[in-house]
Design a binder for this molecule. Sequence first.
Ligand SMILES: C[S@@+](CC[C@H](N)C(=O)[O-])C[C@H]1O[C@@H](n2cnc3c(N)ncnc32)[C@H](O)[C@@H]1O
Length: 348
Amino acid sequence: MLLAVEPPDWMADTRALGAALRAGGYRARPVAQAIGIIAWNGRQMDSRWWERTNCAEGIFGDQVELLLRGGRLSPERARAALPEVAWRSSVLDVAPEGVSLDGTIVPLEADLVWTDTPRRAFQGNDGLFLPDSTTLAVRRCLPSEPVGRHLDLGSGGGAVAARAARSAGETVALDINPRAALGCHRTAALSGLTNVRAYTGAGAEACALGTFDRVSFVLPLLVPWSGLGAAPVHTVAADGGLLREILEILPTLLARGGLAILYTQAWAGGHHPGGGLRTTLDRAFGARSWRGAYWWDYEGPSPVGTLRAGILAVRADGPRAWVEAPLDAPDVGVDDWWPGLARLLGEA
Ligand SMILES: C[S@@+](CC[C@H](N)C(=O)[O-])C[C@H]1O[C@@H](n2cnc3c(N)ncnc32)[C@H](O)[C@@H]1O
């Protein structure tokens, strides 16, 4: 059953904290540069970036230590580094041995994304996902043209939902992990967004939430993360069943002319030739027309043989077409991949 999760009362303080941090310079580029990378981009997010040396000094350096790298500061240094409102916003863990943050704040473009500390993220089954190159790929593929309703499935802490909310009247974030909804509310508040609604439940139940102009999902992958990057930071799916469930409800979820953008492996289970994406979509859409593009950026071993992983874009209605191509968009310095994806979909 789907459960709507309202933001807690203290979220106003988290909102004020986000505004103060952004105004004070805790933003994507300087934070990335503080840990020695040019910008948050694809592959650099597939490593243990939180362990990189913090080259920033002074108050900003202390912010990076506390908010990004999971460090602990003395109360005096934490007081100097953080705005006053941080002490009212329930994000700090104040202990005799020092002050730390109860999570990680990753600045991506204009957003401040809340997620777990790396320690907590990999604990048990309910850790919040640390945004990686697959998250970035979906964020970059979202068109900036405004739409009415966006559904972000498997929202985690809201890294994709926040980006989606910048071009949607309303963004609905849904995750099966009961800890995700609060993460999404924190991300929305820190990012100054007021149009994100959060639900706990399985993606397959999303039809109860109505229809959407856009749908996104960074899926847990069958492809083991060790194949994609250096660190075991990706959630791994048990089989292709979740992808199949989502593809089967896409025609119900998508409003007329709606667009779905997923990051997924090219296999939805079963024994379909050609990876199964196209055949599964064909079966799901039946008489309704759709066109799709698969823009893959990985090919390698998986438990079911060699698989690709990448962006799957599906446009409901309009002329039927299907195209597959290696993802050739530039990794560094470009936050907008939509023009390339639009060309592949035959829309530019
Ligand atoms: C790879 S993570 C992506 C998280 C977030 N969108 C991001 O990119 O940072 C996949 C997410 O899907 C969620 N998930 C897994 N199975 C699900 C299901 N059946 N329904 C909804 N969400 C699910 C997980 O809890 C996890 O948060």
